[in-house]
Ligand binder design. Sequence first.
Ligand SMILES: [Zn+2]
Length: 124
Amino acid sequence: MARKSVSQISLVRVSLTCKCPQCGRGHLFVGLLEMAEECEECHLQFNSEQLGDGAAAFIVLILGIVLVGAAIFLETMVSPSIWVHLCLWTPASILGSIVLLRPFKALMLGLHYKHGLLPTTKEK
Ligand SMILES: [Zn+2]
């Protein structure tokens, strides 16, 4: 299904602001990590079930590389106790996942919109 006009809103903006990829005004999230059903401005259906776990998979890979690299670096430079590692990397992985999940979900939704995988705007 071809779109009549694709928004010129960049994926970076959609990702960082977590706003609708079509109009740039509507919010993508209704809670911390819960996506809205549709845009409150232009009524674009977000269809968040279609996104799956793609964002979480990217976050696991990215955070895994960064945190394991940081842990190896800390271990080779300072060799702290195992408790230091637990106190550093456990909250860092939890908080990092939560912080990164919104922009990555927004990015996935923006990519779905850009490639025409979202349903068209609901007729009123
Ligand atoms: Zn919108």
